[in-house]
Ligand binder design. Structure first.
Ligand SMILES: [Zn+2]
Length: 459
């Protein structure tokens, strides 16, 4: 079986095949660098990191572009508030972004273009759109996209222009022909700092957000490429507008597969600053180690909503400890993955079905159960090698368990569980029961299943 990906554009699972054999070109919308990254960014970065890792594990060469929006209203506002230049603010935030991403085990994309370095490409694309009658300059100097002139508008969100307009409460303003028309080039305002103004055939100004991604995508990956990704919140209007700009300008299909990761909620509510449940990656890393946070993201499917809560993070930490405990029992052998091995084949089948990480993680637990039973260095090596496809379990097991123990001696508990299993195998029921009760006195409940014994805190 080969890889299938859910394509938002067709609303179906499709067999994936790159335009250029053996080489996948992928663009993912990156951050607007005016503040620290939050949990939603962590989710998107981890999701597409897993995608690029799996594409590489599947034998593809991957060119992965994740842009940086370093010019934007929010950036200008924040820099003015701080009394610093745009460049100083964005440089600081890009450094912070890299630190957070590195902590979460996210491999750097192949290219991280900064929007401010691609203004000429944006202007060329705006010029092409104007020539084709898809863009017009309004009375206030802004250049807008004429959405009604592009027949495919709405194909990504699956809505017609009239349906989209019905949900649009903003009256036609700033000389726009249609409320959904969006700005390609913003004319400079007198009170804006000098470092946010570029010369152009449309007058002094700066690019709109949507044109940045179209221009950088086409410049770095070609006019047509394989995968375009981002958070579900970007599907409309950002990605719809990217399609209108790129396909309007080039006359060619832009990205063939559109992937969107799901939202992140906090305690079942939408994360927002006004609700006071807003977390930066740094806030979370004060409470939980980075691999636990990554594991929490990876064990859910990328398209599902993800609910952040202390209970779920504690649970993720305990689950990750169980996997590391297996790796602490025996030195893992250095193995090349044999994809015909039943565990590896199950893992591959799961990942090939739209990056099915929940099932792939379940395979890791089954392998951990087998390591616990057999103490086999080869099985432990397989566990570690498959986990690497998800960016997990590459730390030293003892080190992880000691750092993450927080008062619970996981190694001792797992040793007790192994002793109990041995007692049961010897039909020494009294000893098995004694161990169970001793652990219960420490506040731990054992749960037996076909995959082995796990433990959790007693209520
Ligand atoms: Zn974008």
């Amino acid at each position: 079986m080969s890889l299938r990906i859910y394509n938002t554009l067709s609303r179906a699972l499709e067999a994936f095949s790159p335009l250029e054999p053996g080489h996948v070109r992928m663009y993912v919308c990156g951050m607007t660098v005016y503040d620290l990254c939050h949990l939603g960014h962590a989710r998107s970065m981890v999701a597409f990191d897993v995608v690029q890792r799996w594409l590489r594990a599947s034998g593809y060469r991957v060119t992965y572009v994740r842009n940086i929006t370093d010019i934007d209203d929010k950036i200008i506002k924040r820099a003015v508030e701080n009394g610093e230049t745009i460049r100083s603010l964005t440089d600081r935030m890009i450094d912070a972004l890299h630190q957070d991403a590195d902590a979460l085990g996210i491999e750097r994309p192949t290219h991280e273009p900064r929007a401010t370095e691609y203004v000429p490409q944006m202007l060329r694309m705006i010029g092409a759109l104007q020539q084709k009658g898809l863009a017009y300059q309004a009375g206030n100097g802004d250049v807008n996209y004429a959405v009604r002139k592009f027949p495919g508008y709405g194909k990504l969100s699956g809505k017609s222009l009239d349906e989209l307009n019905a949900g649009e409460r903003v009256a036609v303003q700033d000389g726009k022909h249609d409320p959904l028309d969006f700005v390609l080039w913003k004319s400079a305002k007198a009170d804006e700092p000098a470092d946010v103004k570029w010369q152009s055939p449309f007058g002094e100004g700066r690019p709109g957000w949507h044109i940045e991604c179209s221009a950088m995508g086409c410049e770095m990956l070609g006019e047509s490429f394989d995968i375009h990704g981002g958070g579900a919140d970007l599907q409309f209007p950002h990605h719809e507008n990217e399609i209108a700009q790129s396909e309007g300008a080039t006359g060619k299909p832009f990205a063939q597969t559109w992937m969107h990761n799901g939202f992140i909620n906090v305690d079942n509510e939408k994360m927002s600053k006004s609700l006071g449940n807003f977390f930066t990656i740094r806030d979370v890393l004060k409470e939980y180690d980075a691999e636990t946070v990554r594991f929490f993201v990876v064990r859910s499917h990328y398209r599902s909503p993800l609910n952040y809560s202390d209970v779920h993070l504690d649970d993720a930490r305990n689950a990750l400890k169980r996997l590391y405990t297996a790796l602490s029992l025996v030195q893992p052998a250095d193995v090349q993955i044999d994809w015909s091995n039943p565990y590896a084949a199950r893992f591959k089948a799961a990942m090939d079905e739209d990056f099915g990480t929940p099932e792939a993680v379940a395979v890791l637990f089954d392998l951990a159960g087998e390591v616990n039973r057999t103490q086999s260095p080869e099985v432990a090596g397989m566990l570690k090698a498959l986990a690497a496809c998800l960016g997990l379990l590459q730390d030293d097991a003892q080190k992880f368990l000691q750092a993450g123990a927080a008062g619970v001696d996981v190694v001792a508990i797992e040793a007790e569980i192994a002793a109990r299993a041995a007692a049961k195998a010897d039909k020494n029921w009294a000893e098995a029961d004694r161990i169970r009760k001793a652990l219960l006195e420490q506040g731990l409940v054992l749960k037996d299943s076909a995959a082995g014994t796990t433990w959790e805190a007693a209520q």
